[in-house]
Design a protein around this ligand. Structure first.
Ligand code: NDP
Length: 245
């Protein structure tokens, strides 16, 4: 039987790194992507598992990079089972009226346009093989909107729309498409928050703690697994019970 391969974009970041380890433990081959960072250390760690791991450069803001990355992955691995579309960027907090068009475009290009193009490229492969899983990473801000992060919120709301639309479109081909919407997770992306801000978030979180990359990684793995074989088109909040920031 062919071993399943999972593509994890943004594996050089914290949620992607932890997600890679969860899939490695479950015996998947791994196609990892990085942009300005590196997945070398992660690749070395994953040598402990009896799986194939290879890293690929991906700039999600560029269509040519997306198509090349998927072609390279397809020529290296026999059978791609799952795409975890995780790479993303935050925006610095300020009123929308203070944002330049360039800043807005950058967030939309990476988080939304890049996700749409990646979903399209992988769908071409999944339709041919009549099987596949896509898990897109949205955010609680995509569900609820966050003041002073209007573009990021819009990009992540767009990811939910993409997920729901594509779930219907691809269901006849036995392809499931789901999303997760994390709230505050302790990663490189949120390291700019002060300890006072983190305490405030904990106070407003019913489960009384900050989220960890493992919380998101396990939710992603569940949605990719056969345990979720009758689930498609959902956006699963991973928020510790927070409804709105
Ligand atoms: P990190 O900053 O740790 O990781 C971000 C990842 O995205 C890195 O691997 C980075 O690659 C990659 N990336 C950035 N720009 C590009 C690009 N242009 N092309 C391709 N890859 C790129 O953040 P997290 O692990 O926290 O975030 C992962 C996802 O989770 C993101 O989509 C984020 O929006 C989402 N999220 C995070 C939350 C949080 O609280 N942390 C909450 C809700 C959602 P490299 O470093 O190599 O440049």
């Amino acid at each position: 039987m062919l071993r399943k391969t999972v593509i994890i974009t943004g594996a050089s970041g914290d949620i992607g790194n932890t997600t890679a380890k969860v899939f490695a433990k479950a015996g998947y081959n791994l196609a990892l992507t990085y942009c300005a960072g590196s997945t070398k250390e992660l690749e070395n760690e994953l040598k402990a598992f009896d799986i194939e791991v290879k890293s690929f450069k991906l700039d999600q803001a560029k269509e040519t990079s997306i198509t090349k990355c998927i072609q390279d992955i397809q020529s290296f691995f026999d059978y791609i089972d799952t795409l975890v579309c995780n790479a993303g960027i935050a925006e610095y907090e300020s009123l929308l009226i203070e944002k330049s068009t360039e800043e807005i475009d950058k967030v939309l290009d990476v988080n939304l346009r890049g996700s749409i193009l990646l979903n399209r490229e992988i769908a071409k492969i999944f339709i041919k093989q009549k099987h596949g899983n896509i898990i897109n990473i949205s955010s609680i801000h995509g569900l609820e909107g966050s003041s002073c992060e209007a573009t990021y919120s819009a990009s992540k709301a767009g990811v939910i729309g993409l997920t729901k639309a594509l779930a219907s479109e691809l269901a006849p081909y036995n392809i499931r498409v789901n999303a997760v919407a994390p709230a505050f997770i302790e990663t490189n992306m949120t390291k700019c928050y002060s300890s006072k801000e983190k305490k405030d978030i904990i106070k407003r979180t019913p489960l009384g703690r900050l989220g960890k990359p493992e919380d998101v990684a396990e939710a992603i793995y569940f949605l990719a697994s056969d345990k979720a074989s009758f689930i498609t088109g959902i956006c699963l909040p991973v928020t510790g019970g927070v409804v709105k920031f």
